[in-house]
Write a protein that binds this ligand. Structure first.
Ligand SMILES: [Zn+2]
Length: 223
């Protein structure tokens, strides 16, 4: 099985100002397996912040930033077009939240970007406090929107984790209580709830059997 990540340079077109520029995309991601590092807020820990940053592209002309998968590729060789601006990896997520506000995308989409900014910050070796605050704000608004019919139980759990990581234990508990129906292991939810009750705001690594239960497709086990 391939164990390494790989980045590839490509040319993209900015959907906002049509500038063609070079960016890196994640060309290869090893599949999640039992021992892959995953934390209890359900994110995979990546070995380098540039990898998560490569999920986004930033236009060097207008700073429009969004998921790379939403850009169209251009046939110019990446060596022949301007590079994406040299931003610190986690900064790209701050730009993406900005773009999301300008474009009026839903709180949930902005919340997910802020969360990725937090994870990217952590991968840079920082605490990601600012992104955690932003994720809390956007996800709270998303869940307060009665017209939003996404996977509410799952995001109740994610927001509970964001609140626990922020040290807001009483608030966190309210959301842990609304996780029913999320198709998440009860063992994990109860454990994190007890961590919040005892005032533990540390990031927690998910044990291998739960990584397997949540992320590894049944057919891949033992393959
Ligand atoms: Zn642009």
């Amino acid at each position: 099985m391939i164990k390494f990540f790989k980045l590839r340079q490509l040319s993209l077109v900015c959907p906002d100002c049509e500038t063609v520029f070079a960016s890196f995309e994640l060309a290869r991601t090893p599949p999640v397996e039992r021992n892959t590092p995953v934390e209890t807020d359900l994110h995979r820990v990546l070995p380098d912040p540039e990898l998560r940053a490569a999920l986004l592209a930033t236009c060097p002309n207008c700073l429009y930033t969004w998921w790379l998968s939403s850009f169209s590729e251009h046939h110019f060789l990446p060596q022949l077009v301007p590079d994406a601006p040299p931003l610190e990896p986690s900064k790209k997520f701050a730009h993406a939240v900005q773009t999301g506000r300008k474009k009026n995308v839903h709180f949930l989409d902005r919340g997910v970007l802020a969360l990725n900014g937090y994870w990217c910050s952590r991968e840079e070796g920082k605490d990601g406090e600012k992104f955690l605050k932003l994720a809390k704000l956007e996800l709270t608004s998303a869940l307060a929107d009665e017209t939003w019919f996404g996977n509410r139980p799952r995001y109740n759990y994610i927001l509970a984790e964001v609140l626990r990581l922020s040290g807001e234990f009483t608030e966190a508990d309210k959301y842990y209580q609304q996780v029913k129906g999320a198709n998440l292991p009860r063992e994990m939810v109860e454990k994190m709830r007890s961590f919040a009750a005892s005032g533990n705001k540390a990031p927690v690594r998910l044990p291998p059997h739960l990584v397997e239960e949540i992320f590894v497709p049944k057919a891949a086990i033992g393959a």
